[in-house]
Design a protein around this ligand. Structure first.
Ligand SMILES: [Zn+2]
Ligand SMILES: [Zn+2]
Length: 366
């Protein structure tokens, strides 16, 4: 049985939890949405603005980062077992302004600038109740079929996953807190500590954000490998202390003996070199999506008792990345190398990235 939603009331200055949805007076009935109809076909559509359910907020979207996963869904129509079988709104790296609250949420949050953690775990399964909500089998995650993402004017999110961001962080930086969270979770898994030495493979956006995260954990040596010279040059501005060419015949990974290796390229040779580069007892973390299967140098892993793990999204990283993004010398805006308006989201997905391209932002509103 469906119960009609109560009519939204106008925003008030009350700080008590609302007893029904409260929307800012300027929230329209419909909105623009950039919809992936099927593999390789995007269309602008008019969609109803969602009503925030109990415990959630309505966010007017400002900036959305374009992720490799969005491009992959556009080009291939699937990522592994996740298949686009019905029209899907892409985008999950999002910042905006709270424009409404659902029942039980303080209406004084309307107007707050926020960055959204794009997960909706079930909160009751064994993974959720033991602190591993990123592994929830019933996870609803923006832009992972069949859950719509954020290439649109308004989205809803759990109130506690809409994190207030300070004026010091731009809308673009707010959107980049999502990929920054990937890097932060990876360095946590790698057990970095003050004085750690780490090798990161891949100087793309995730490699750069991982290098920045490594620095925030106190790593003192952050070596990034990438075969592209301009990327090696660029990464020195994003936390790396040195950059190496893995194709250089003089590069000997075994001589590095690093505490941790974080694989952000998806390239099989990079994984193999990284395992060689670890000291005995070191930790390897797989972040980059590459081949579905890779050979593992068994002796290397066994004789050095290497801890080899992957990451899947993140848990409780937003407070860390909001703090780390404001640290001296950190400038997430510098990662943005292209911007497109919402109407041109398809162009954002199909642009041919240059060698020094890092992040593309879809600007939904300002
Ligand atoms: Zn992403
Ligand atoms: Zn769960």
């Amino acid at each position: 049985m469906s119960v009609p939603a109560p009519a939204p009331a106008a925003a008030t200055t009350s700080t008590a939890p609302s007893t029904g949805p409260v929307l800012a007076p300027d929230v329209p009935a419909t909105m623009r949405a950039s919809v992936l109809l099927r593999q390789g076909e995007v269309e602008m559509q008019e969609r109803p603005v969602p009503t925030p359910p109990p415990g959630e907020v309505l966010v007017r979207v400002r900036a959305v980062g374009v992720c490799g996963s969005d491009v992959h869904y556009y080009k291939a129509g699937r990522i592994g077992d996740f298949v686009v079988e019905q029209p899907l709104i892409l985008g999950h790296e999002v910042s905006g302004v709270i424009a409404g609250v659902g029942e039980g949420v303080d209406p004084s949050r309307i107007g707050e600038r926020v960055a959204v953690e794009p997960q909706r775990p079930c909160r009751t399964c064994r993974q959720c109740t033991t602190g591993h909500l990123n592994l929830c089998p019933d996870m609803k995650f923006y832009a992972t079929p069949p859950i719509d993402g954020t290439f649109c004017d308004y989205v809803t999110a759990p109130a506690e996953f809409a994190f207030p961001i300070p004026d010091a962080l731009s809308d673009n930086a707010g959107a980049l807190l999502e990929p920054f969270s990937v890097g932060m979770w990876a360095v946590g898994k790698a057990q970095l500590a003050p004085g750690s030495r780490v090798l990161i493979a891949g100087a793309g956006p995730i490699g750069a954000l991982t290098a920045i995260a490594a620095r925030s954990y106190g790593a003192t040596e952050i070596i990034v490998s990438d075969p592209v010279a301009s990327r090696r040059e660029q990464i020195l501005g994003f936390g790396a202390t040195s950059a190496v060419d893995p194709l250089d015949p003089g590069f000997d990974p075994a001589a590095l003996g690093v505490d941790a290796f974080i694989e952000c390229s998806g390239a099989t040779p990079a994984l193999l070199a990284g395992l060689k580069a670890l000291r005995p007892g070191g930790t390897a973390v797989m972040v980059g999506l590459g081949a579905e299967e890779m050979p593992i140098p068994v002796q290397e892993v066994m004789n050095k008792e290497i801890v080899l793990t992957g990451i899947f999204r993140y848990v409780d990283t937003w407070p860390k990345v909001i703090a780390a993004a404001q640290a001296p010398g950190v400038d997430l805006d510098a990662l943005v190398t292209a911007e497109f308006p919402l109407e041109e989201a398809e162009a954002a997905l199909t642009q041919v990235p240059g060698e020094s391209s890092l992040k593309t932002i879809v600007v939904v509103s300002r």
